[in-house]
Design a protein around this ligand. Sequence first.
Ligand code: MF3
Ligand code: CO
Ligand code: CO
Length: 269
Amino acid sequence: MDEDTRGRLTRDGIRIYEASDFAGMHVAGALAARILDEVAPLVFVGQTTHEIDAFITRAVKEAGATSATIGYKGYQHASCISVNHVVCHGIPGDKKLKDGDILNIDVTVIVDGWFGDTSRMYVAGKLPRKAERLIQVTHDSLMEGIAAVKPGNTFGDIGYAIQSYVEANRMSVVRDFCGHGLGRVFHAPPNVLHYGRRGTGPLLEEGMFFTIEPMVNLGRPETKVLADDWTAVTRDKSLSAQFEHSVGVTADGVEVFTLSPGNLFHPTY
Ligand code: MF3
Ligand code: CO
Ligand code: CO
């Protein structure tokens, strides 16, 4: 059965939620963001991504919430941890982090049926200069995308804002993965592209909930998925970074559901 029967659907199949639905998204988003805050001290040289994921599994449980990713299409973990040239959907494992490794940790929780989905970048040891630039540009491109969210703009305006910012900094936007509607389900219409042309795509309307989660590469945009059927890497082995927020469109702009309670969203805090 469709769990998602609130509000109404647009002609593009995008759900319009009620004003009262924002509260549930804020609770779910805040939990996902708090867990990402708590993970920061666990990222160090010699640590395994499995240990980090085990902490996340416990934290979700202790909060009385549910992991959206455990059991999702056969995925077994409470997080995706994507190191260096891994673009997204990195599987936690026993490899130890090395000095200068950069990693994205992506957590999605369900609280009272509402989904909170967020990811951010971390570094083990000393952040290399080139990686710092990549992370800064990726973070700022997400903020450019969020700044384009208001009723009357289109999804193409979001993609354009991100792509033009990234390419002005001589980096590339991954095309093979996108953001997504969410709310009472994990992945719903529309596909939120991180590239595009101004004025194209569906109109943004008050009450839409979705993620923006640009993946940015230092080299070329092409990716491939490894034999484990999950891990996506850059084809040219260049470094990749990603930041993700879950957001809702308001009457005059946007609310971000996954703000970091400790202001730790940026890795070079
Ligand atoms: N959290 C990811 C997203 O941003 C999805 C991960 S699905 C998983 O959409 F199965 F790989 F965990
Ligand atoms: Co997402
Ligand atoms: Co995510």
